[in-house]
Design a protein around this ligand. Structure first.
Ligand code: MLT
Length: 264
């Protein structure tokens, strides 16, 4: 579906009934990353996956920052008549979840931080983001997909599920160049969220694949220590795209967390 919120078109899926859960994808994905969750969790939750601006069916915009992404997410919730949601973000979606918390914390029922980290980019990382922007502009998004696919999944998925590797590669290759270039702006300008962690006082689930090389488990362990009362779940045999690589385990962990919220 497509709606108009925060001044532009936003593509989204809205499936099921129950506690609202808003899913925010990583770079350079689109909302279909969350298909394994929407299909499986819709019996118990209202699952909403949105395309961040410039990806999927969401319109490209003039500016790109994690704050812009967070404001788009809040505007979509308003459009859908949802006051508070479980904000669930993977990697760049997690960076957006931190921004959402800073800007719209009254609308956060709980947080789910998947394969992400709080730190900002180093100077070296920013140089590499600029190189990627030039590559995307010169050779298209498939150049970015070629570069990212190995780190996107774990060694188990590479060995046992080449079809998933192909699917993720296709998703990244199809990302509109404007969205990719804009997201790289958002990534390289994102603030350090380390100090934000101590302010989080809603139930928080941290999930990470044990084979994640882009945002390694040690980042999740550090977040777990910094966020009071948080839960940490390490998913065996999954890399950076843990929700897609081990969907049954991921869904089990997320379902249990959602049940714990509704029981409170
Ligand atoms: C992502 O999956 O969103 C990216 O790996 C984030 C990043 O490059 O920092």
């Amino acid at each position: 579906m497509i709606t108009f919120a925060n001044g532009h078109a936003i593509g989204y899926d809205d499936v099921g009934q129950g506690i609202p859960v808003l899913f925010l994808h990583g770079f350079p994905h689109n909302r279909s990353l969350w298909s394994p969750q929407l299909g499986a969790l819709a019996a118990d939750a209202r699952t909403i996956a949105m395309d961040l601006r410039g990806f999927g069916e969401s319109a490209p915009c003039a500016s790109y920052s994690v704050d812009d992404y967070a404001d788009d997410a809040a505007a979509l919730l308003t459009e859908l008549g949802i006051d508070r949601a479980v904000i669930t973000g993977l990697s760049m979606g997690g960076y957006t979840a931190f921004a959402f918390w800073r800007r719209h914390r009254g609308r956060v029922r709980a947080l789910v931080l998947c394969d992400t980290r709080p730190g900002a980019d180093s100077d070296e990382a920013r140089v590499s983001r600029r190189t990627m922007q030039a590559q995307a502009q010169g050779r298209g998004s498939s150049a970015i997909a070629d570069q990212m696919i190995t780190g996107m999944v774990g060694s188990t998925t590479r060995a046992k599920h080449p079809e998933l590797v192909d699917e993720l590669h296709r998703m990244m290759s199809l990302a509109p160049v404007a969205g990719v270039v804009g997201a790289l702006d958002a990534l390289m300008t994102r603030p350090d969220s380390t100090a934000t962690l101590a302010t989080i006082d809603v139930p928080t689930l941290i999930v990470c694949g044990d084979e994640d090389v882009l945002t390694p488990v040690k980042e999740s362990r550090a977040m777990h220590l910094a966020i009071a009362g948080s839960r940490l779940e390490i998913i065996a045999g999954a890399g950076h795209a843990s929700n897609a690589e081990r969907p049954a385990t991921f869904n089990h962990v997320l379902s249990e967390f959602l049940v714990s919220l509704t029981a409170q």
